[in-house]
Design a protein around this ligand. Structure first.
Ligand code: PAF
Length: 280
């Protein structure tokens, strides 16, 4: 397993792989790897001859400093999970090599960044778009893999690589869930016992909206309130948003359509969970 620590080291490795006609798959992460990441790595390993996993807790995408500090850091375990799933290299850049003192160059994301997470977490997607461009520039992958759980992030990344004419194929990978429906997330380990027991309500709310859509309900406000009603059955759920939007434009219209996605952000104590589901 190769461990690369700077953009220059990473680029040199990738250049030699490309010279040897290897194909490079890339799975960007902030570490704290779980089964969802393993799925991305396995898919990459099945579609490419080399798979790079980046592990970098990106300070630029946290608008709350304490959230950045509390983010779980489990480097040794991450390497084992990545290797097991088929990764051939780890890119774990140092903070200094990513954001040296005085750093001030950022990518301004497009309209996909505006609603939902963009409203609640100002600057978050600017940090994500910036780090993804920097990571992709260093790794030089043929394909990069992102989970659909972070549906809006995937839309922002797609919009960014298109806008900046980047030579990489973005692959969206279906959400991996616990048997009770809770989407796998690095934040789940921070849920209290009581919150963990209630958190599957998010998926129940999403599936209730999807069921209503299947039964013919098209009103956005009705679909959103169906999901909200389910969330309210969990005493500790503190709902931030329940939003139906178009999968491509991320805009909400009065009537849901076959391209609609229902998105939820919900807090349990100080843990913020997000999830989404395609309605059709
Ligand atoms: O989804 C994540 O883990 C992060 O937002 C990403 C894409 C690795 C950028 O830091």
């Amino acid at each position: 397993m190769f461990i690369l620590r700077t953009p220059a080291e990473m680029r040199a490795w990738s250049r030699s792989q490309r010279f040897a006609t290897e194909t490079i798959g890339f799975v960007p992460t902030m570490g704290a790897l779980h089964g969802g990441h393993a799925e991305l790595i396995r898919l990459s390993a099945s579609e490419n001859t080399q798979t790079v996993v980046s592990i970098f807790v990106n300070p630029a995408q946290f608008n709350v400093r304490s959230d950045f500090e509390k983010y779980p850091r489990t480097f040794e375990a991450d390497i084992a999970i990545a290797q097991d799933a088929g990764a051939t290299a780890i890119y774990a850049p140092t903070s200094d090599s990513m954001y040296p003192v005085g750093y001030r160059t950022y990518v301004e994301p497009g309209m996909a960044a505006d609603p939902m997470e963009g409203e609640g977490r100002p600057g978050h997607f600017k940090g994500v778009a910036t780090v993804v461009v920097k990571l992709v520039n260093a790794v030089q992958p043929h394909r990069a893999y992102f989970g659909r759980k972070d549906f809006q992030q995937l839309a922002v990344v797609n919009e960014t690589v298109t806008a900046l004419d980047m030579d990489v194929t973005i692959v969206g990978v279906p959400t991996v869930r616990e048997p009770d429906g809770l989407a796998l997330s690095s934040r789940n380990v921070r849920l209290s016992h009581q919150a963990r027991a209630q958190a599957p309500v998010i998926y129940q709310a999403l599936t209730a909206a999807r069921e209503a859509y299947k039964q013919g309900e098209r009103s956005r406000t009705k679909l959103e309130s169906i999901a909200r009603d389910v969330l309210q059955t969990a005493v500790d759920a503190n709902v931030e948003y329940v939003t139906e939007c178009n999968a491509v434009t991320l805009l909400s219209t009065d009537l849901a359509s076959e391209n609609s996605v229902m998105c939820i952000a919900c807090w349990f104590d100080d843990v913020r969970l997000i999830d989404n589901i395609a309605l059709s």
